[in-house]
Design a protein around this ligand. Structure first.
Ligand code: HXC
Length: 258
């Protein structure tokens, strides 16, 4: 791939948006490459955690490519939005855990990609914004949907209506990021968190991800039914037997299913 790089280091896959000369601006080609890579990674049994980041010192991604969008019509805008959504939906729903390693600007479509990840770790220089209204458009990669669910409708509307940037500490206070770490520790912090998750039952984590995601999409009663079904499924795994027997025997479990 040209603009998105994949580095495999099982159980981790590191996906890097690689256009540092334009702050990793997200052209339709970037989105297409990301979709192809995420589909490929989703099929890899040995990969349990996907870390998404941006190349260079300044940006995770400074949004959709304005130089591309400036000449495009409504049909192309809708198509681009479709690509943004497809990428975000893959990150949100893939069986692996996805972590955004936010190493600088995460603006517009870049911010939206972080919102679609399961977890967000930010370096101290990270900055978040949905500045689309300053360009005469609106967020188009799920930002109007996911941001409100994550930080509440009031705060989401303020961010979206003003387009203002918030720094990493403010993002942490709002619950937009899970942790803030020094720049040089960002990837190691992502890996440490990933290692901890990998030490748990992979199948249970995947079921839990699916159950939590349901809470975003369906009403509480049906979500509760889904949780019951998924817990029943967890009871059918070897991991459940191993996890509980290991607890009772006071030993470390050896999980297998995934
Ligand atoms: C294209 C971009 C870009 C972008 C930066 N660049 N962001 N090119 N699309 N989104 C380019 C600049 O043109 C410049 O190229 C180079 O990257 C460095 O950027 P500078 O502006 O010179 O850097 P700096 O002064 O440090 O400012 C950084 C910045 C600013 C604050 C991040 O670049 C900025 O505001 N960028 C745009 C952010 C934005 O509005 N994003 C939302 C896009 S809309 P040259 O060639 O001059 O060196 C969106 C919608 C998603 O994401 C949904 C669509 C369907």
């Amino acid at each position: 791939m040209e603009l998105v790089k994949l580095q495999l280091d099982a159980p981790f896959a590191v996906v890097t948006i690689d256009r540092p000369e334009c702050l990793n601006a997200l052209s339709s080609q970037v989105y297409r490459e990301m979709i192809a890579i995420l589909r490929q990674v989703e099929a890899m049994d040995e990969i349990r955690v996907v870390i998404l980041t941006g190349a260079g010192e300044k940006a995770f991604a400074a949004g959709a490519d304005i130089a591309q969008m400036v000449g495009e019509n409504a049909i192309a805008g809708r198509r681009l939005s479709g690509l943004c959504h497809e990428t975000a939906d893959l990150l949100e729903n893939m069986r692996q855990v996805t972590i955004a390693a936010v190493n600088g600007y995460a603006l517009g479509g870049g911010c939206e990609l972080t919102l679609a990840c399961d977890l967000r770790l930010a370096s101290e220089n990270a900055r978040f914004a949905l500045p689309e209204v300053s360009l005469g458009i609106i967020p188009g990669g799920g930002g109007t949907q996911r941001l409100a669910r994550l930080i509440g409708v009031g705060r989401a509307k303020e961010m979206i209506f003003t387009g203002d940037q918030i720094d990493a500490q403010e993002a942490y206070r709002m619950g937009l990021v899970n942790h803030v770490v020094p720049r040089d520790q960002l990837m190691s912090a992502c890996r440490a968190l990933g290692e901890k998750i990998v030490s748990r039952s992979g199948y249970a984590v995947a079921l839990a991800k699916s159950a939590v995601n349901s809470s975003m999409d369906i009403d509480r009663r049906n979500g509760a039914e889904r949780e019951k079904d998924l817990l029943g499924l967890a009871f059918a795994t070897r991991d459940k037997q191993e996890g509980m027997e290991a607890f009772l025997a006071r030993r470390t479990p050896q999980f297998e299913d995934f």
